[in-house]
Design a protein around this ligand. Structure first.
Ligand SMILES: *Cc1c(COP(=O)(O)O)cnc(C)c1O
Length: 408
């Protein structure tokens, strides 16, 4: 175990133990240093903090409530299950927390434009929203296959004033969108800010996105002390790149009594080859400017991955999570497509809350764990987003679960 605070990580080069770093072409080193410098400055800048705090509160709707899921806790007959309601944020997920931070940082650096890649469009919509309110041009790179699948989000981004740039190469999906956005950024970094959508990429992005998301755990500590004057026993979050999970864990990393659990998507099964269980089955490698656990092919290229939750569909993972796995500070488990859909439907029917399919992975694991615990124990699940975007898909693909007798 680390003998210093986990919050002292990463080191000045962006390493969490052996993971992380800034593995980019020399031309980008200076651009990243500029971002890293600005990130250090804003931590102490009262004006920045006041404006960020104002937007989180009056615009995004923070603090997000901490809700005791009474019906489900009673059904399962074990631990008390609480939801941290990130689904109630403006734009419907936790992503707005870091998009607002990144947009304000871009503005402070005097950039004209903010750009990013998006897969299903969730990051694109949150970033286009932040760009609109902060007053920046916004350009979103998206694979043509994803554009066809996610027309609602494409329309939203355009309405919010963003330019959606179609990427028609390779699999025409997230990976190609990242490569394409990066190539453009190399040309335009002088007046453009690259806004990464999770705790991934080269230093300082993993640390910076974690910093902006850590508001979740600071609020939670406060809310726990008001409700029950104690620490939670378990914190559970789904893990794609890992931003909502780090946000939930961050303030409790040094509280050894709090058990931290990250839930990865095992898709159609860990032995199906159709999953995105990076920490469960991956090996250290390099992707998108960082060293981290990676699902990789024999030639070390990133594998094709699958999850019904498009936000979890990523072959890499934030480098902090790789370190926390090796340290055994966080336990990483998995839930599959079917389990997530069942949790999605069950939560809708019993609590009147339709969770995102991503968050449903965390819920699925919590519902397995709760009955094995005492009534005095407390589980907090990060409800990272709302499931409106997933309803049509679930009803089409899993009608027997959606309309079946899930309540037994
Ligand atoms: C994007 C997304 C995720 C996955 O991203 P992380 O960086 O792992 O948090 C999870 N839940 C929702 C609702 C999302 O939109």
């Amino acid at each position: 175990m680390l003998n210093q605070s986990y919050k002292s990580l990463p080191n000045e080069k962006g390493y969490y133990g052996p993971y992380g770093g800034a593995l980019v072409p020399p031309i980008l080193e200076q651009a990243l240093q500029e971002v890293a410098q600005a990130f250090e400055e804003i931590k102490k800048d009262k004006k920045f903090q006041a404006e960020y705090g104002r937007l989180l509160r009056d615009y995004a709707g923070r603090p997000s409530p901490l809700y005791l899921a009474k019906n489900i806790s009673a059904d399962l007959g074990g631990a008390q299950i609480y939801f941290k309601r990130e689904d109630l944020n403006h734009t419907g997920a936790h992503k707005i927390n870091h998009c607002l931070g990144e947009a304000l940082l871009a503005k402070r650096l005097g950039k004209k434009k903010i750009m990013a890649e998006t897969g299903a469009g969730q990051h694109g919509v949150a970033l286009a929203t932040a760009a609109a309110v902060v007053g920046l041009e916004c350009e979103i790179y998206m694979g043509t296959i994803d554009i066809a699948k996610q027309s609602d989000n494409v329309t939203k981004m355009k309405l919010l004033g963003a330019k959606v740039v179609p990427v028609n190469e390779g699999g025409s999906s997230l990976k190609e969108a990242v490569d394409s956005a990066f190539a453009v950024y190399m040309q335009e970094y002088q007046d453009t800010f690259f806004a990464i959508g999770s705790v991934v990429g080269p230093h300082p992005y993993p640390a910076m996105v974690a910093y902006f998301q850590s508001v979740i755990s600071r609020e939670l500590r406060q809310q726990m002390s008001e409700k029950s004057k104690c620490l939670p026993d378990y914190l559970i979050a789904c893990v794609g790149g890992g931003s909502n999970a780090i946000g939930l864990f961050y303030d409790f990393l040094d509280d050894k009594a709090v058990q931290l659990i990250g839930v990865e998507p095992s898709g159609q099964g860990l032995d199906s080859g159709r999953h995105a269980a990076t920490l469960t089955l991956g090996k250290p490698g390099n992707i998108h400017g960082m060293k981290t656990y990676l699902l990789q092919n024999e030639d070390a290229s990133p594998s094709a991955v699958h999850s019904i939750a498009s936000g979890l569909d990523y072959p890499g993972i934030g480098p902090f999570h790789s370190f926390l796995k090796d340290e055994k500070r966080v336990k990483y488990v998995s839930a599959d497509d079917q389990e997530a859909v069942k949790a999605f439907v069950y939560t809708s029917k019993r609590e009147g809350i339709i969770p995102a399919l991503e968050s449903s992975h965390a819920l699925a694991y919590a519902y397995k764990l709760a009955p094995t615990l005492d009534k005095e124990e407390i589980i907090v699940v990060n409800l990272s987003g709302r499931g409106d975007k997933d309803i049509d898909y679930v009803i089409q693909e899993f009608p027997e679960i959606a309309f079946g007798d899930i309540l037994k």
